[in-house]
Write a protein that binds this ligand. Structure first.
Ligand SMILES: [Fe+2]
Length: 403
C-alpha cells in the first residue's frame, strides 16, 4: 500500500478530535505574563492555521508578548496555501486537524515544494499519543506540541524555529552570492550560463549511471557551477591573454583550483564540493595539478566533472576555436585516455551514455524535482539576465548541443 493510502486509512480510523483545540489551553497564568522577554524585539511573520478563530486568537495572545510578530491567519489548509502564494512567511503554527487537508498532507505539500520546503512548521494537536507525533514529524513538521500548551513553551519553540529560519536565510544568501560569483567568472571566460547548467546536469547523469548517492549527485551538480570559481582571483591578462602563457603565468593559472577551494571552504554546506573544485585538473597518470594525484587517488567526483567539462568545452564554440562535432570530441577524449590522462572506465561509460542519448534524458529528470538544489536554482534564475547583460560583448551564444 502507498504511503498516502496508509495515511488515509490511519486517519480514517482515528476518532474525531474532541475539540480542535487551542481552546483547551489554559489561560496564561498571571505569573507568566510578567515573564521577561528574552528575545525582545524578535520579529517574524507567522501563519496561524486553525479551524477555530478562538484558537488562533489564543495563540496570538500568547505570542504577542514575546516579540514583534506579524500574524496571518487561515481557517483551512487551502486558505493557508493561498496566503503562502502571496505572502512571505517565516513560520507556520498549525493544528494537526484541518477541515480540508490533513495536517500531515499539508506538511508534505510544503516540504515537497521548492518555494516552501525550508519554511519551519510547528504542529500543535490535542491528539494524545506518540503515533500522532511521529506522523506529524514524518510528514515534515519541524516541531510538535501537544495541548494543553504551556505559553512559555510555545514562545520558546517559536523563537527557536525563527532562529533556525534566520540561519537558513543567511545560508541561502551566502550560497547565492557564491553561485553569482561563479556565474560571473564563467561569463568572463566567454561561456554562457548554459555551459554550467550542462556541466551540472551531465555530470549528475554520469553519477546516476555509476549509482552514486543523492548527496554525491548534489555535490556534482553544485560542482558544475562552482568548479572554476577560483578564476575570480586570476588576472584578466592571464585568463584572457591572446599569447601562449609563460611558465610563470601557468603557475598562477593553476592556482585557481586551490583558490576556489579556499573561497568555498567557509561554507559547510559546500564541503562535498571542495574535492571537485580542488582536483578537477588532476590527470590519471599523475601529471595534473595542483597535487599531482593519480588514478583512483583523484576524487571520483572530480574525475566525473573533468570528463564532462572537457567534452562540453570541445563541442562549444569559443573565441579561438570552432565547435567540435560530438564524434570529434569523443575521439579527443579517447585520445586523452591513450595518453594516460583520463580515467579509461569513466570515459568509456560517458561515451556509451552519449551513444544512448542518456545524458539529455537524465538531465531533464534532474531539472524537474531536486529540492536540495532549490537555493541554487533560485539564485540562477535571478542572476542569468543580469550577468549576461553585463557581459554581452564577451559572451558567445552557443547552440544547445545535440547529443
Ligand atoms: Fe578549471
Amino acid at each position: 500500500m502507498s504511503d498516502a493510502g496508509s495515511l488515509s486509512n490511519f486517519l480514517s480510523e482515528l476518532r474525531p478530535p474532541p475539540e480542535p483545540s487551542l481552546s483547551t489551553i489554559p489561560a496564561i497564568p498571571a505569573g507568566l505574563s510578567a515573564e521577561p522577554i528574552q528575545d525582545g524585539g524578535r520579529s517574524g511573520r507567522l501563519l496561524l492555521i486553525d479551524s477555530l478563530e478562538i484558537n488562533r486568537r489564543l495563540a496570538k495572545g500568547m505570542l504577542r508578548s514575546a516579540g514583534q510578530y506579524e500574524f496571518f491567519e487561515a481557517a483551512t489548509g487551502r486558505a493557508a496555501l493561498d496566503i503562502l502564494e502571496k505572502q512571505p512567511v517565516d513560520l507556520i503554527v498549525m493544528d494537526l486537524m484541518m477541515p480540508d487537508i490533513s495536517g500531515p498532507e499539508f506538511c508534505r505539500r510544503l516540504k515537497s515544494s521548492r518555494k516552501t520546503q525550508l519554511l519551519p512548521i510547528l504542529m500543535i494537536t490535542s491528539m494524545q499519543g506518540a503515533e500522532h507525533e511521529v506522523l506529524g514529524i514524518d510528514a515534515g513538521a519541524d516541531e510538535y506540541l501537544t495541548k494543553p500548551l504551556h505559553p512559555s513553551v510555545l514562545r520558546a519553540r517559536v523563537r527557536a524555529l525563527l532562529r533556525h529560519k534566520t540561519a537558513i536565510d543567511s545560508l541561502d544568501e551566502a550560497e547565492t552570492i557564491l553561485f553569482a560569483l561563479a556565474q560571473a567568472v564563467e561569463a568572463r571566460d566567454s561561456y554562457t550560463a548554459e555551459h554550467c547548467q550542462r556541466l551540472a546536469t551531465y555530470s549528475v547523469a554520469l553519477g546516476v549511471a555509476l549509482g552514486l548517492s543523492r548527496p554525491e549527485l548534489v555535490a556534482l551538480y553544485r560542482g558544475g557551477f562552482l568548479h572554476d570559481i577560483g578564476k575570480v582571483s586570476i588576472p584578466d591578462s592571464i585568463l584572457h591573454g591572446s599569447k601562449r602563457l609563460t611558465d610563470a603565468e601557468w603557475v598562477i593559472m593553476k592556482q585557481h583550483t586551490v583558490r576556489g577551494e579556499e573561497i568555498c571552504r567557509p561554507m559547510k554546506s559546500l564541503a562535498p564540493v571542495l574535492p571537485i573544485i580542488r582536483s578537477h585538473h588532476e590527470k590519471w597518470d599523475g601529471s595534473g595539478y595542483p597535487d599531482g594525484l593519480s588514478g583512483e587517488n583523484i576524487p571520483l567526483l572530480a574525475r566525473i566533472l573533468q570528463i564532462v567539462d572537457i567534452f562540453d568545452a570541445l563541442i562549444t564554440e569559443r573565441t579561438y576555436k570552432r565547435a567540435f562535432t560530438v564524434e570529434e570530441a569523443t575521439r579527443v577524449l579517447e585520445d586523452e585516455v591513450t595518453r594516460g590522462w583520463r580515467d579509461p572506465e569513466l570515459v568509456s561509460l560517458f561515451i556509451s551514455l552519449l551513444n544512448r542519448n542518456m545524458l539529455e534524458s537524465t538531465a531533464s529528470l534532474i531539472d524537474t524535482d531536486w529540492p536540495e538544489l532549490s537555493s541554487m536554482l533560485r539564485s540562477l534564475q535571478g542572476m542569468h539576465s543580469g550577468i549576461q547583460a553585463a557581459s554581452t560583448p564577451q559572451v558567445i551564444q552557443m547552440p544547445k548541443p545535440v547529443l
